[in-house]
Design a protein around this ligand. Sequence first.
Ligand SMILES: [Ca+2]
Length: 498
Amino acid sequence: MLIRLALASLFLATAAARAAEKPNIVYILADDLGYGDVQALNPVRGKIKTPHLNRLASQGMTFTDAHSGSSVCTPTRYGLLTGRYAWRSRLQRGVLDGTDDPPLIAEGRLTVPALLKPHGYTTAAIGKWHLGFLSERPNAVTTAPSAAKKKSQMGESGLPVGSRIIGGPTTRGFDYFWGCSNARTMSGLIENDRVIESLPPIQMLPRLERQAGNYITEHAAAAKTGKPFFLYVALTSPHTPILPTPEWQGKSGLSAYGDFVMQTDAVVGKILAALDEHGLAENTLVIFSSDNGCSPQADTPGLEKQGHFASAQFRGYKADIWDGGHRVPFFARWPGQIKPASTSAQLICHVDLLATCADLLGAPLPPNAGEDSVSILPALLGTDRAPLHEAVVHHSIHGMFSIRQGPWKLEFCPGSGGWGAPFDADARKRGLPEVQLYDLSTDIAEAKNIQAENPAVVARLRALLERTIAEGRSTPGPRQQNDVAVKLTKPAAPPAIE
Ligand SMILES: [Ca+2]
């Protein structure tokens, strides 16, 4: 009895200490950075120097089996902020438009910043949003300005400066937003809910770096006196347009893409330096990852010819259902809590952030939140002894599904499900099977489809995915509703580039 009481009080004390610590959380999400673009993850077949990401690897934990919720931007970001797979929303394939696409995150749905705020956190998103918003133009443009004036007023994706953003980040849990809607239409800059200026893409990354640094500086004092911050830095690089600033051009000796990756790495370095400068590194959980794999638009064949494999040993690239589409770099650093230079082979997913934050705070999630989110805190603290996820679901740009459990990966399309060869339509014409099953423990390159030899595994994983879809959640808890009817298989889509 005494022992039990002692254990209970120890547990409570630990939970209280954990809650009292309330680390700052800095989540840096690169855009289209491949697993193999990070030198520390790809020492043999990677040719790009990434000293700052290497530093994160040596100071924290490297996850070697981390996945974005999707092989493309929008759905990954939805899952990261809500803890729910985006294919449960209206978005069944592809990405949102830059602007005037209704917000994908429903009003009232619990997000990571909305979870953290009542626990004393200040919350900010800096960078790329790409989760939709509506807009309201200022009256000025209705008075037919001159062509020159009109041009000077053009901001985000044609939105005039002064336009109001409706349903953007500051309505979804963030106290502050500074950024753009997506990388392609980042000609305009938004602060909170206003388009504040037009901005040539080449200026975005340096300004984003400065803005993140300024945010840390401005919030350092408060962070040290019990008001921690959650800073979500969604970088716009190395996504197209591939525009390294002049000081980075030619640095990689590979290509503009290689230079842009190096500049991206340097931005991470600047953010880490800002934490150091203000004495915040010790009590800050830093997570770095990417929203999907490297894009073929980076000229991946050209890079491969020079010996650089942006997907490392994995098959495919951005948009695909194969691991090159969604297995991403993932580093977590929290001095004193996470063992330096450690590695975790846990199968994890970006949807895990919400449950991880809830676990950190000792705050249970309501039944209608984080339906697919699993706390990775045990992995971070090195106390995990079994798989955290029963399975993880992957999704390609064309909405093709895959389910992963242990070494097994079952894919519900005959080809890449994305932009890689063979396209699904071509694979079908060639008579390739409608599903692909790989044993990643012996075939990490997903080279040999062994579905015909393993009908029981195929049936079991298919049933598990069907149940995961039907239940509206993949975590324990009451059944939830998907926003639309979700189809397990879809017709092959044309290989359009997003
Ligand atoms: Ca992306």
